[in-house]
Design a protein around this ligand. Structure first.
Ligand SMILES: C[S@@+](CC[C@H](N)C(=O)[O-])C[C@H]1O[C@@H](n2cnc3c(N)ncnc32)[C@H](O)[C@@H]1O
Length: 334
């Protein structure tokens, strides 16, 4: 029988950017042990059944399938989430949305909405950090809603709930102090869609029209009716979409920075974009009005990888700008 170390040393995953990590995760999974076991028991022999399961998962990985789908699990924030091919594998970049949300609303009760919740990653991370918040997650894909609900139940987070909704369609009359979303934002002809892990992820989680902005346009258009005053809208978008998204917000809502700005709708207090993680040319910050102290500094270092066990290398890593919008009440709105 082969030992753990000899098995790990013999594998080849030429197309993976992280072959050793992949192999360790898959072998630990086949053994039903944590990854640390591989180091502790490097000379231990691997039973034939485990070796067979390992070989089968390696074959899937060689075929390009993401490790997270093979394992059925992915770390996000401090949580271990079930994942499935019905929705996106949560990315470390998206943890910046969680960090930003927590910084914007430091404590106390709040109603929070996660649009396009997928596995429930953002909603559950927020619910785990803020027991006083009521977090609602919605997704158009029924299987994603079921997956998120399964994660919620397993994690015992009673302050989160999930429902099916085409963006705001099932939320009539609801208002939220914070709306957060990592919507699909890839252009339909983006060449990266044919490469790497994203080939295995559903287009419903990735693609949003010819310029990637169809869903963001719709969310920006509809969000004011669902935001409390004051309220925040936080959007993840592509690294090269920040300017377009800021312009969409400035011109859709009431803002001094757009001459064709809407005459109705909530006035914008702050527009900020920032960059998460690596692969991008530094931090982007811009605002149309003075930034409140709570959000004065957003930086690429605020997105932590501490809890992410497996970092996926996909185009989305580079698409990590965040958009924050704040609108403050005026006397006419109170
Ligand atoms: C990029 S994924 C994000 C998933 C999760 N929030 C995350 O960050 O890992 C986008 C999600 O939006 C969902 N979605 C796409 N179109 C939608 C719509 N019209 N209404 C609601 N959800 C939608 C997809 O099913 C998918 O789960």
């Amino acid at each position: 029988m082969a030992t753990i170390e000899s098995l790990l040393n013999s594998i080849a995953l030429p197309d993976s950017p992280t072959p050793r990590l992949d192999a360790e995760l898959l072998l630990a999974h086949a053994l039903g042990k944590p990854r640390s076991y591989l180091r502790t028991w490097a000379d231990g022999e691997v039973e034939p059944a485990a070796a067979e399961a390992f070989a089968a998962s390696l074959a899937r990985r060689r075929n390009g399938e993401p490790v997270a789908y093979i394992l059925g699990r992915q770390g996000f924030w401090s949580l271990d989430l079930d994942v499935a091919p019905h929705t996106l594998i949560p990315r470390p970049d998206t943890e910046l949305l969680v960090e930003t949300s927590l910084a914007l609303l430091p404590g106390g009760p709040a109603r929070v909405l996660d649009l396009g919740t997928g596995t429930g990653a953002i909603a559950l991370a927020l619910a785990s950090e803020r027991p006083a918040w009521q977090v609602t997650g919605v997704d158009r894909v029924d299987e994603a809603v079921a997956l998120a609900e399964g994660n919620r139940a397993r994690l015992g987070l009673a302050n989160a709930s999930f429902r099916a909704s085409h963006w705001f369609s099932a939320l009539a009359g609801e208002r939220y102090g914070l709306i957060v979303s990592n919507p699909p934002y890839i252009a339909s002809d983006d060449r990266h869609l044919g490469e790497g892990d994203v080939r295995f992820e559903p287009s419903s989680a990735l693609i949003s029209g010819a310029d990637g902005l169809d869903d963001i346009r719709l969310i920006i258009d509809q969000a004011p009716a669902y935001l409390a005053a004051p309220g925040w809208l936080l959007l993840e978008h592509g690294f090269d979409q920040a300017e377009s998204v800021r312009e969409l917000l400035a011109c859709h809502w009431r803002s001094n920075s757009c001459s064709q700005s809407a005459t109705s709708g909530p006035p914008i207090s702050t527009i900020t974009s920032c960059q998460a993680l690596s692969g991008s040319p530094g931090v982007q910050n811009s605002s149309v009005e003075p930034v409140p102290p709570t959000k004065a500094t957003w930086s690429s270092t605020t997105s932590s990888l501490r809890w992410s066990r497996y970092r996926l290398r996909t185009p989305r890593r580079q698409r990590s700008g965040l958009y924050q919008r704040n609108w403050m009440p005026t006397s006419s709105m109170r």
